[in-house]
Design a protein around this ligand. Structure first.
Ligand code: A2P
Length: 278
C-alpha cells in the first residue's frame, strides 16, 4: 500500500514514512528495504542517528528509482552555524549516497546560535541543491513563528513528538497557519499506546491492530504525517496498511481523550532553546 501525499508549501510528503531512530547497520538496511517493498515512499533519518549509510544501502538494495522516494535528514543542533550546517548536509549526502535529500531539517533549536544565521544557511542549502525542501524539528510555537518570519525560502515541515498521550494542538495549529506539514515522530508513544484499553477496543471493532488505529488517528488529521519506527518486517507492512478504513468522530475523540500532562516520551529539557517553548 502507498500513502497519500500531504501538500505543504510546495512539497508533497507521503503521509506515512519509516522512522529509523535507533536502527543501525544490517537491521536498518533491512528495515528500509522491507519498507520500500511494502510501499513506503518516505524514509526519515538524521546525521545524529548514525545510520545514514545504512539507509542509503537499504534504498539502493530496494532498486527503487530515486525520484519515487522522499528522504529526510536532519542537522544536529551543535552544527547550526552557516559553515557547519553546510558541512553537515554535505556529509549526510555522502553517507546516504544521494545527490540531494528531499527535506533537510534543523534537528533541535539551539539558542546559542542565532536562528537568523541557521535559517539563512538552510535556505542556502536549498538554493545550492543539497535539498529540495527545508524545515525544522522540535520547534515550539514561538520559535516556529520566528523561523517562518526569518526564512526567504518556504519551510515545509515541523517534526515533533506526537501521539494520543501528547496534546500538540498549539503546534499543530501553528503549522497549519503557516502551511507546514506536522510530522509526528514517536507516533506510537514508543509502543506504550498499544495496550491502552480504548485503542484496543477501537482496533477490535475495526478488525485492525492497535498500531494501525493509532496511526490512522494521525493521518486522518489534515496536514499530519506519521513516521513510525519498526525493525520488524510484518509490523513495517502493517503500519502502512491504514488507508482503507477510517475512524469515526467519536472514536477520534475517545483516542484524543487519552492526552495527559505527562504524555511526553522524549524529555526536551536538555535542548538549548526549549525554554522558549511557551
Ligand atoms: P519493533 O521495531 O520491534 O516493531 P514509535 O514509532 O512511537 O517510537 O514506536 C516504536 C516502537 O513501537 C518500537 O519499539 C517498535 O518495535 C514498536 N512497533 C512499531 N510498529 C508496531 C506495531 N505495528 N505493533 C507493535 N509494535 C510496534
Amino acid at each position: 500500500m502507498t500513502a497519500p501525499l500531504v501538500e505543504a508549501n510546495g512539497a508533497a510528503i507521503p503521509a506515512l514514512g519509516l522512522g529509523t531512530w535507533e536502527a543501525t547497520n544490517d537491521a536498518c538496511i533491512a528495515a528500509v528495504q522491507w519498507a520500500i517493498e511494502a510501499g513506503y515512499r518516505h524514509i526519515d533519518t538524521a546525521a545524529r542517528y548514525g545510520n545514514e549509510e545504512a539507509v542509503g544501502q537499504g534504498i539502493r538494495a530496494s532498486g527503487i528509482s530515486r525520484d519515487k522516494l522522499f528522504v529526510t535528514t536532519k542537522v544536529w543542533y551543535e552544527d547550526l552555524s552557516e559553515s557547519n550546517l553546510m558541512r553537515s548536509a554535505e556529509a549526510s549526502l555522502r553517507r546516504l549516497g544521494l545527490d540531494a535529500v528531499d527535506l533537510l531539517l534543523i534537528h533541535w533549536p539551539n539558542a546559542s546560535i542565532p536562528l537568523k544565521e541557521t535559517i539563512k544557511a538552510l535556505g542556502r542549502a536549498r538554493r545550492d541543491g543539497l535539498t529540495r525542501h527545508i524545515g525544522v524539528s522540535n520547534f515550539p510555537v514561538a520559535l516556529l513563528d520566528e523561523a517562518v518570519a526569518r526564512s526567504d525560502e518556504p519551510l515545509v515541515a515541523n517534526q515533533c513528538e506526537y501521539h494520543p498521550y501528547l496534546d500538540q494542538s498549539k503546534v499543530l495549529d501553528a503549522c497549519r497557519r503557516h502551511g507546514l506539514a506536522f510530522t509526528a515522530y514517536c507516533p506510537l508513544g514508543r509502543g506504550q499506546l498499544l495496550d491502552e484499553r480504548t485503542v484496543v477496543e477501537v482496533a477490535e471493532r475495526h478488525g485492525r491492530t492497535p498500531a494501525q488505529v493509532v496511526l490512522r488517528w494521525h493521518v486522518q488529521q489534515p496536514g499530519v504525517v506519521a513516521i513510525p519506527k519498526s525493525a520488524n518486517r510484518e509490523r513495517i507492512a502493517q503500519n502502512i496498511d491504514i488507508f482503507d478504513f477510517a475512524l469515526d468522530e467519536d472514536e477520534v475523540a475517545r483516542i484524543s481523550g487519552l492526552a495527559r500532562p505527562d504524555g511526553r516520551m522524549i524529555d526536551p529539557s536538555w535542548a538549548p532553546a526549549w525554554d522558549k517553548a511557551a
